[in-house]
Design a protein around this ligand. Structure first.
Ligand code: HH2
Length: 287
């Protein structure tokens, strides 16, 4: 597993100790991030957890199943188009009854948002990580919020539209360079950054497969890698199935990602993913 090394000088000991992601990464096993969408329109589970009681029940279930981190989102990013932009007030309204209560369950909570105002509020409510599907390149204020609060950030690759002619790995690397420059300017410590190639975002299904197949190339950034293949469309392209029947494909992709060096797996299906990762690890250590 790649553990981030600071190039901007050591942080004070209290910062390192108070960062739950750094502590989890130090365990040296792949981490599982459970997805909780408090949305009416997410591509695979839209509407299921819009009700706060249902959302909290799902949060509890994912923790019991072994999730290390909960990733809570209140705006569908709709990797496959058709996303309805959600105003800040509505995103806050969806999160208010869920986020503080989810934080109280004890697992670190990541806020899946591209908006600085939502990140600021979520951090005040106890969120420990910011997950930005636009890699700090959408809301110009987001990097400063993250730097001010010294929380880790997940920088995900994205594009407004897929271009089948692109060398997707070169595009991902160039995008990360831009995001890392923004992060450095804002004062985000390098050891607080995780990179994610953004499976399904601004990519053809073939390019998503390439991004998994060539994930190890991104280790050259010397930062932890996250991969989220859960229920995504490239699975349907290879082996046709609706989103709720893509567990086998999701697990196959996630095991390949861990083999290539992914430190964190983002999934809707925590129990099956934890089991698959444990068995793969047991086989690996018996070699
Ligand atoms: N995928 C989705 C949303 N957020 N964040 C990261 N870092 N990586 C991902 O691959 C990723 C993400 C899309 O999945 P989901 O949250 O289920 O769908 P929606 O955006 O429609 O709510």
């Amino acid at each position: 597993m790649t553990i981030a090394r600071s190039v901007s000088g050591p942080q004070p000991a209290h910062d390192r100790a108070s960062n739950p992601l750094t502590r989890l990464l130090a365990l040296g096993r792949p981490l599982v991030m459970g997805v909780l969408n408090v949305t009416p329109d997410s591509f695979s589970d839209g509407g299921r957890f819009l009700d706060p009681a249902a959302a909290l029940e799902q949060a509890r279930r994912m923790i019991a199943e072994g999730a290390d981190i909960l990733d809570i989102g209140a705006e569908s990013t709709r990797p496959y188009g058709g996303a309805v932009a959600v105003p800040v007030e509505e995103e806050m309204r969806r999160l208010a009854p869920v986020l503080p209560a989810a934080v109280a369950l004890g697992a670190p909570v990541s806020i899946d948002t591209m908006k600085a105002a939502i990140a600021e509020r979520a951090i005040a409510d106890g969120a420990a990580i910011v997950n930005d599907v636009w890699g700090l390149q959408r809301d110009p204020d987001l990097a400063c919020v993250i730097a001010d609060h010294k929380v880790p950030v997940i920088i995900m690759h994205n594009r407004a539209a897929a271009d089948p002619a692109l060398d997707i790995m070169a595009d991902i690397a160039a995008f990360f360079e831009r995001s890392l420059a923004i992060a450095a300017r804002a004062g985000i410590a390098r050891e607080n950054i995780v990179l994610d190639p953004g499976i399904g975002f601004g990519k053809t299904p073939e390019q998503s497969i390439v991004a998994i197949a060539r994930l190890a190339e991104l280790k050259s950034f010397r930062l932890p890698l996250l991969l989220g293949a859960s229920r995504k469309r490239f699975i349907d392209k290879v082996s046709p199935a609706p989103p709720e029947q893509r567990l086998g494909g999701s697990i196959a992709a996630h095991l390949a990602a861990v083999e290539a060096g992914a430190a964190i797996i983002r999934t809707h299906d925590v129990a099956a993913t934890v089991q698959a990762l444990r068995i793969a690890a047991a086989i690996g250590s018996a070699r």
